[in-house]
Ligand binder design. Structure first.
Ligand code: TYD
Length: 203
């Protein structure tokens, strides 16, 4: 149940280019006269920004469940404080990452139980599922080049971790083909954008 607005999420590996694509999609909607809000998960609220700081830059061991629950805590705040009110006002919300990232990163890559994560996602979001989700799929090699040398805590994980994240997103897209659309993000920026627009226009 997405109230009156439209809720679209942008997912993919680190270095997939999803944040650039989100900005370009926002312009597309604005040019068509929609009221657009862009936001991100984690860190879409003031409280969430503090959680994001811990998640990406804590120097030391973070237990897998601690990591999961921090992402979930951020999401609970984000949904209640920002996403639901905007949807009720009929806005278009474009969100950089959401529920599928927890399944791909903490589930497929970190090894926590995927069904358990989905259940917890439902609790903290009050079952708010996006209308549409893009997965920007990119080879691990291209992603690595795009991330560059300065890496946060998650980006510093081994190559194998990132391969599992990629597989996780692709598997989710197979499970939810109506909601999740995979875009080939190895292509150049404009071509990726035009693939996104094609999906939006069909939708
Ligand atoms: P992101 O905002 O994409 O980072 P950046 O601004 O560096 O591109 O995402 C932050 C990191 O958090 C990213 O490595 C993916 C990870 N993440 C999870 O592991 N689980 C989650 O539920 C979410 C939302 C993100």
């Amino acid at each position: 149940m997405n109230k009156k607005g439209l809720f679209i999420t942008f997912e993919g590996a680190d270095g997939s280019g999803k944040s650039t694509q989100l900005k370009m999609a926002a312009e597309f909607f604005q040019n068509k006269g929609f009221e657009v809000i862009t936001t991100r998960d984690p860190g879409g609220t003031p409280l969430g920004q503090k959680i994001r700081e811990i998640l990406l830059h804590h120097d030391g061991k973070v237990a897998s469940y601690c990591e999961l629950f921090l992402y979930l805590a951020d999401r609970a705040q984000h949904v209640e404080e920002k996403i639901i009110p905007a949807l009720e006002e009929g806005k278009v919300i474009l969100c950089d990452r959401y529920i599928d990232s927890s399944v791909a990163y903490q589930g497929y890559a970190r090894g926590l139980d995927v069904d358990e994560i989905s259940m917890l996602n439902n609790i903290v979001t009050r079952s708010l599922v996006p209308n549409l989700t893009f997965v920007f799929d990119v080879s691990t090699e291209v992603a690595e080049q795009r991330v560059g040398e300065t890496k946060d805590r998650l980006e510093s994980e081994a190559k194998e971790f990132h391969q599992k994240v990629r597989f996780g997103f692709l598997d989710l897209a197979k499970k939810f083909p109506d909601r999740i659309k995979v875009i080939d993000a190895n292509q150049e920026i404009q071509k990726v954008h035009s693939d996104v627009i094609k999906v939006l226009e069909n939708y």
